[in-house]
Design a protein around this ligand. Structure first.
Ligand code: FAD
Length: 480
């Protein structure tokens, strides 16, 4: 049986960030993920905003990690080679009541350590974002807000962790956790069992199950569902614009993305666990909320709507990042609802401290490399670079996804990296094939063939997403 110093359950942005943070030490670490790929939970279904940290109530766990996470993103993006745009944001006010709320947010943000917050008037609003509503009478300007592609962050962290020796076990749902004779954990998955001295619970919406299996805190979870809408590329990405928040929600936010799309995010309704349906009422609310912030938004340019669930621990409504008070050796990175993306690097830093408190010797590895060699992005390469790539290998010239200009060689690279894509959606998350305005109408069958060739399987064994989601059921005409 494999033995590890640390086993992390959950390969979302939080589990991958923790793995990357701990990989700098001379430790045997494994990440165990139920799905066939990483970043398949809430990490694949959110707005990608790196909120600055003025929103959480001071003194909460969220407040501690949000502002710090936002701060760390600059360094993480440089080291890991993922796209991060720190463009600043505005919370728009439309009344005197709203303005009073902005003042409250400014004070709260300063207490949380957010720098540069400023109340601004209509002229400065238009300077920052000419498309912001002319009805806005004032705004809270926050220079540190940014956005990322959340699955790119998780994948980049995972790749860097893997390159530094972390083992990733996918398609390995944890079914049972037992106590070993020396007080450690025996983790039983569908693929294998393993032992760990320290167990980190980063299982997202299933964190209560892992805590229960491990003998940790009892948690009751709520699935705070959110719908999101994606619009086609804009000539210039929009600055994130927030409405004045309500006591329970940040409200409908409009933002650009690192790829030039516009995203309208997100509704918040408690729904049945696992519900990822989109709802007409929610979409209407999103479009109406977005038009209030950006009146000239062309909502006919919607290319996709999707939904995800925030992992809310009932009664706590905060992150739970701490050593378990019930089970020595168990570290909770649980209840990571929003802003888990913004906070992930700081959650990883905090978990490192908790691991140290568990008494594990954290000896730095001499060969630790904080840098990841990012995959080649053909679309944004210069003409000279594109030409050189095609001369190297003609597969760089065979464009598979026309909307996002993704050539065959980029898809092959996405499959061959570690941990690489094993599904059509896994390819899409890594190199954007199928992400554009036709939503894979033209390229999906080609991506299936490339996956089948690279993974040495039949096309009908290539899943759309998780295991058991085939696209092709068999040949229509034998031998073709
Ligand atoms: C609609 C919406 C919008 C959001 N917008 C933002 C935003 O703009 N900015 C922001 O900062 N945050 C945002 N969030 C929150 C953010 O998405 C989450 O905080 C973050 O993705 C949580 O990451 P995670 O790794 O904890 O969870 P997940 O990504 O869900 O990962 C948990 C992983 O654990 C695995 N797992 C579960 N059970 C088991 C098991 N038994 N065995 C093995 N593996 C298991 C799952 O398969 C999953 O991959 C939003 C969330 C939603 C729903």
């Amino acid at each position: 049986m494999d033995r590890y110093d640390i086993v992390i359950v959950g390969g979302g942005i939080v589990g991958c960030a923790i793995a990357r943070q701990l990989a700098r030490y001379d430790l045997a670490i494994a990440v165990v993920e139920a799905a066939n790929d990483i970043a398949c939970g809430s990490t694949k279904a959110n707005g990608g905003l790196v909120h600055a940290g003025y929103d959480p109530a001071p003194g909460t766990c969220k407040a501690r990690v949000n502002a710090r996470g936002c701060e760390l993103y600059g360094r993480w993006s440089e080291e890991l080679g993922f796209a991060f745009r720190r463009c600043g944001s505005m919370v728009l006010a439309f009344s005197d009541g709203d303005r009073a709320q902005l003042e409250r947010l400014r004070v709260q943000g300063e207490r949380n350590g957010v720098q540069g917050l400023e109340l601004i008037g209509p002229d400065v609003i238009r300077e920052h974002e000419p498309r912001a509503s002319a009805e806005a009478t004032s705004a809270l300007w926050c220079p540190s807000t940014g956005y990322v592609d959340p699955f790119e962050v998780a994948i980049a962290a995972a790749e860097n962790a893997a390159a530094n020796g972390v083992a990733f076990m996918r398609e390995a749902p944890v079914r049972a956790i037992e106590r070993t004779g020396d007080g450690g954990f025996r983790i039983v998955t569908d693929r294998a069992a393993m032992e760990g001295r320290v167990l980190i619970n980063a299982a997202g919406n299933e964190c209560a199950d892992i805590s229960r299996m491990a003998g940790g805190e009892t948690m009751e979870m709520a699935w705070r569902q959110g719908n999101i809408v994606v619009l086609d590329h804009e000539a210039r990405p929009l600055m994130p614009l927030y409405p004045t928040p309500t006591p329970v929600s940040k409200g409908v936010i409009v933002t650009g993305t690192v790829h030039g799309n516009t995203v309208i995010t997100a509704t918040a309704h408690e729904r049945a666990a696992g519900d990822t349906e989109t709802y007409a009422d929610d979409i209407e609310a999103l479009l109406a909320g977005a038009r209030k912030l950006v009146p000239d938004l062309d909502c006919r340019r919607v290319v996709r709507a999707f939904a995800g669930g925030r992992a809310v621990i009932r009664g706590l409504n905060d992150f739970m990042i701490r050593r378990s008070s019930c089970r020595p050796g168990l570290i909770q990175a649980a209840g990571i609802q929003s802003p888990g993306v913004a906070s992930a690097p700081a959650i990883a830093e905090r978990v490192e401290e908790l691991v140290r408190e568990e008494g594990l010797a954290l000896a730095p590895r001499a060969d630790w490399d904080p840098h990841r060699c990012a995959p080649t992005d053909f679309d944004t390469a210069s003409l000279e670079q594109q030409q050189a790539l095609i001369e190297l290998d003609p597969a760089w010239g065979r464009i598979v996804c026309r909307c996002e200009t993704v050539p065959e060689a980029e898809i092959v690279e996405a499959i061959r990296r570690d941990p690489g894509a094993v599904s059509v959606e896994g390819v899409k998350r890594r190199c954007r094939a199928g992400m554009g305005r036709c939503q894979s109408g033209f390229c999906q069958s080609k991506v299936v063939r490339i996956l089948a060739r690279e993974l040495e399987c039949d096309p009908w064994d290539v899943p759309l997403e998780d295991a058991g989601s085939p696209i092709v059921y068999g040949p229509v005409k034998e031998g073709r």
